[in-house]
Design a protein around this ligand. Structure first.
Ligand code: NI
Length: 257
């Protein structure tokens, strides 16, 4: 059983994409101890919805930005609108932003430009970055090294190997660990989780995607965060309470919440 004073921070959900009453989703997560969560926008309209959720629910914060799969060209007007939204006090990060060469290899030049522009916006507003990197590890690391010096960085849904994890940690980045860690075939991720200090990890579901076992195949929700924490506790041979406390502290430091 989780003690009363133990809670979890969910660092990455898309509440707008979960096809169920949001009030129920948030309430059921809270009942499992997931009392703070960051809902993530992927374009202007979903970022606006994320902000609506933050005004409806006390424990919900927003990250806003243009996902690399949602933007071919990031023009000045869209960037100005994003900046306006980002001034809301419950916006705690710019994201998810980054590179996706898996789904959209042909739009790489536009993705790179949008990525850089949004890093600059984060710098201007002094906000952390939530990074999406799918099969674009080298370019992502390069851009971050060049453009994001001094900014806080979270590598969301970390999918690299131990070497990449070490490079990220060396630079002070956090790694977001999600439901994939519960899958039987996730050897690489389990090795990363086993090796890196828990002080560098945060929890996330990326719901409605990537549902952890034993619910794999069904829609994901923030209430499943404890399943991910349990798996991390098992891999690292520490208590669930420790995982909850340290990852929550990490997330709170990162987002300032
Ligand atoms: Ni996401």
């Amino acid at each position: 059983m989780i003690e009363v004073n133990t809670f979890f921070v969910e660092t990455h959900t898309h509440l707008d994409l979960i096809k169920r009453d949001t009030e129920e989703v948030v309430k059921e997560a809270e009942e499992k101890g997931v009392t703070k969560m960051v809902t993530v926008g992927t374009d202007l309209s979903s970022s606006k919805i994320a902000l609506e959720f933050t005004s409806r629910f006390r424990g919900v914060y927003a990250a806003i930005g243009f996902h690399p799969n949602e933007i071919k060209i990031l023009d000045e007007q869209k960037l100005i609108e994003l900046e306006k939204l980002a001034k809301n006090l419950k916006v705690v990060a710019i994201g998810e932003i980054g590179l996706d060469y898996y789904r959209n290899p042909n739009s790489a030049p536009g993705q790179l430009e949008a990525f850089k522009k949004q890093i600059n916006l984060a710098r201007k507003l002094n906000l952390p970055l939530i990074i999406h990197d799918r099969e674009a590890h080298q370019d992502t690391l390069k851009i971050l090294a060049e453009e994001a010096k001094g900014l806080k960085v979270l590598l969301h849904c970390f999918s690299g190997d131990l070497n990449l994890a070490e490079v990220g940690i060396e630079r002070g980045y956090y790694l977001g660990i999600g439901g994939v860690v519960t899958f039987n075939n996730a050897k690489k991720l389990k090795a990363v989780v086993g090796d890196v200090p828990i002080e560098d990890l945060v929890l996330e579901t990326d719901s409605p995607y990537l549902t952890p076992d034993p619910f794999r195949g069904k829609p994901n929700e923030p209430k499943y965060i404890p399943l991910i924490a349990e798996k991390i506790a098992e891999i690292k041979g520490i208590s669930l309470k420790e995982v909850a406390e340290i990852t929550s502290r990490n997330a709170q430091n990162f987002f300032g919440i």
